[in-house]
Ligand binder design. Structure first.
Ligand code: 13P
Length: 249
């Protein structure tokens, strides 16, 4: 049985006081589904968030990390540093990291390796741009993003990997992929995994959808057979909206 997951990517939002307040509101929400709930505060507030969520069932995850274990990488954070404050999962490959911080497939492959070597779980993001979709290249682009960063791994590694399909044209734009577009791509992603690793891996990896998921559209998207949850940006900044999405399964 694949895990259902709803993860809130806070991006560069919420200072320390706002982090405390949002976590307090999240803890007061009622959860009516079995979905795993995760939040990804900004790195300076991770330690505080881990403490504030203790015993709540909400997992705190990082938005990024470096591939090196330590050394001369000013401003960066390593997997073991995250682990040392109780963060066991990291989002890697978000389109904003790829676009604004020049993260390449090659770099992401190294980050994935570093996370797995530190026994961390990875939420690996990818997705096509609007021009790719208009040209009918979305499957090629997504297939290559997955292959280039993940297909050096053995099948066992996928026990620690969650995939997140986030079409760039749907992030923060209010424009969501239709449930059918999401399902079609998720089925393609599973087929890509199946071709390389076989059905056991393809059927067990959770594939999340991200891009303008809101309380109003979550239920329809999550009802699709190959969609196992969501990676939520804007709507994860309000506790009511976020839990309406968590409870949409
Ligand atoms: P929005 O939900 O704001 O479109 O962001 C999606 C996203 O990028 C989550 O990682």
């Amino acid at each position: 049985m694949r895990k259902q997951i709803v993860a809130g990517n806070w991006k560069m939002n919420n200072d320390a006081a706002q982090t405390e307040a949002l976590i307090a509101s999240l803890k007061s929400q009622e959860k009516t589904t079995n979905a795993e709930v995760m939040i990804a505060p900004t790195s300076v507030n991770l330690s505080q968030a881990v403490k504030a969520t203790e015993g709540s069932g909400i997992e705190v995850v990082a938005q990024n990390m470096h591939f090196a274990e330590n050394g001369a990488y000013t401003g960066e954070i390593s997997a073991s540093m995250l682990k040392s404050i109780g963060v066991n999962t990291v989002i890697l490959g978000h389109s904003e990291r790829r676009e604004y911080f020049n993260e390449t497939d090659e770099m992401l492959a190294k980050k994935v390796d570093a996370a797995l070597a530190n026994n961390m779980r990875v939420i690996f993001c990818f997705g096509e741009e609007l021009a790719d979709r208009k040209a009918g290249n979305e499957e090629t682009v997504v297939g290559n993003q997955i292959k280039n960063a993940l297909f050096h791994l053995g099948a066992d590694a996928f026990e620690s990997i969650v995939l997140a399909y986030e079409p760039v044209w749907a992030i923060g734009t209010g424009e969501t992929a239709s449930p059918e577009q999401a399902q079609d791509m998720h089925a393609f992603i599973r087929k890509t995994l199946n071709d390389k690793y076989g059905a056991a891996v393809a059927d067990s990896v959770s594939v999340l959808y991200g891009g303008s998921v809101k309380p109003a559209n979550a239920q329809e998207i999550f009802s699709k057979p190959d969609v196992d949850g969501g990676l939520i940006g804007g709507a994860s900044l309000k506790a009511d909206d976020f839990f309406a999405i968590v409870n949409a399964f």
